[in-house]
Every structure is written in C-alpha cells, then in structure tokens.
Ligand binder design. Structure first.
Ligand SMILES: C[S@@+](CC[C@H](N)C(=O)[O-])C[C@H]1O[C@@H](n2cnc3c(N)ncnc32)[C@H](O)[C@@H]1O
Length: 224
C-alpha cells in the first residue's frame, strides 16, 4: 500500500515545504499580534498592507491534517476532489497523491488560487512531484472558478478564511451522498465561520457535521 510518504520524491518535497511554512508561522503570529494591538485585525477584511504581507506566506495546512485528508480520500476511494485555497499547493499534493493512489479513472483535484504568484509556485511544486496530471489549478477568485465542476465531487477541503461559505455553497450541489467536506480552523477562528455553520446546519442542505480536535479545530461534514 502506498501513502504520500512512501513516495520518496514527494516525501522530500513535502518535508521542504512544511519546513518553509512552519518557519513563516512565527512571523505571521508576530504580525497578527501587532495588528491586534492596534485593534486593526480582521481575517475577513484584508487591507492592502495585509495582502502585501501575506503575498509570500504559504499558510500551509498542518501536516497531520493534510495526512488525514489523504486518509479520508483513500477511504472514500475519491476520484474527484475540490480544494478551496491552494497557495503553494502543499495540501493539493496530498490530495493529488490520494487520487493517484486510488487509481481512479480520470481522477482530478480541482484546486483554486487567486494570487498568480502563488499559483505559479504551486504549479512548479506539482511538476516537481510528478502530480500535475491529477490537478486542475484554476486561477482566480473561487466565486468564479468553482462555478462549473463538471461532475459529482467526493471530497472537499476548505482552507480559506474569507470565503468559506461561498465556496461550500458553490460546491454543495455537486457533493454526492457520503461526500466529505473538511474545513480548517473552525474553532480558533469560530467567529469568521458563522455563515459557514449556518449553511452546514440548515437541514435543506443535507449535512451532518462535527468538529475534530485537531489544533485550531477541523470541521468534518458529511453529505447525507
Ligand atoms: C490558507 S491558504 C491555503 C493553503 C493550502 N491549502 C496549503 O495547504 O498549502 C489560503 C489561500 O487562499 C487564497 N485565497 C484567498 N481568497 C481567495 C479567493 N477568493 N479565491 C481564490 N483563492 C483565494 C489565498 O491567496 C491563500 O493562498
């Protein structure tokens, strides 16, 4: 049985990318504390200074959460996956590895990133891992790029803070029964996800949901 880490080339690339992202976390914490002290911090309202600061920040999904996504995609036998928020493509690599390892016909991760610089770096990482053929990286605002998904979806990763609910709302009609949606940081930043939870908990949308005790909270939602 293969896992992302038994692919030596991928394991080495992921080690490098996680190390790079972890190094930036202290810088990000410091920046957020300085904004909080000025009472100017709001994840949902990015000003120019915040956009500039985050332009080269990866904010990659934690390794344990990313490996958990890989496991879930393997358990589901997932062939069609959506990722909202790609950045340098760390989590995308785990998802694409699961698709590859599932040997699904025409398997695909539909990923999306609006920053062209980050998208270019992500494409380089996909090439280096030999996983490009499993990834359709759609560049632009996800409120546009996730409009047409071309078929049913088995798994979705929401790794984004400003537009989690619009992302889920767009993908929801494509989620098959039993599909899983995971969303990062739903405990630590709970206030930013009110509209997301309202959507998930509306019975019309046919979800069951629970918060998993990963750091910061990791919401696991199933289409019923
Ligand atoms: C937390 S990061 C994603 C990290 C990535 N999943 C990983 O593990 O490496 C969120 C990303 O979403 C992008 N983003 C923010 N708003 C967006 C939008 N409306 N449409 C597309 N991408 C967006 C940001 O530029 C940022 O790179």
């Amino acid at each position: 049985m293969s896992s992302p880490l038994s692919d030596q080339k991928l394991a080495a690339l992921l080690d490098r990318l996680h190390a790079q992202s972890d190094k930036q976390l202290a810088e990000i914490d410091e920046y957020c504390v300085s904004l909080e002290q000025k009472d100017a911090f709001d994840w949902c309202v990015f000003n120019d200074d915040m956009h500039q600061f985050f332009a080269d920040k990866m904010v990659a999904l934690d390794r344990d959460k990313a490996e958990f996504c890989y496991q879930l995609c393997r358990a589901l036998g997932a062939s069609r996956v959506v990722e909202a928020g790609t950045s340098f493509g760390v989590s995308t690599l785990y998802l694409a590895a699961a698709i590859r390892d599932n040997q699904a016909e025409e398997g695909l991760v539909i990923a999306t990133e609006w920053d062209p610089g980050k998208a270019e770096i992500a494409r380089g990482n996909f090439r280096e891992a030999g996983l490009s053929e499993y990834i359709d990286l759609r560049e632009g605002d996800l409120r546009q790029t996730l409009r047409n998904l071309g078929g049913s979806i088995d798994f979705m990763l929401v790794d984004i803070w400003e537009v989690a609910k619009p992302a889920l709302e767009l993908v929801s009609p494509y989620l098959r029964t039993g599909a899983i949606v995971v969303c990062d940081n739903t405990t630590v930043d709970r206030g930013e996800y009110d509209d997301y939870f309202e959507f998930v908990k509306d019975p019309v949308n046919r979800f069951r949901t629970m918060t998993l005790p990963f750091q910061g909270g990791f919401e696991l939602t199933v289409r019923i």
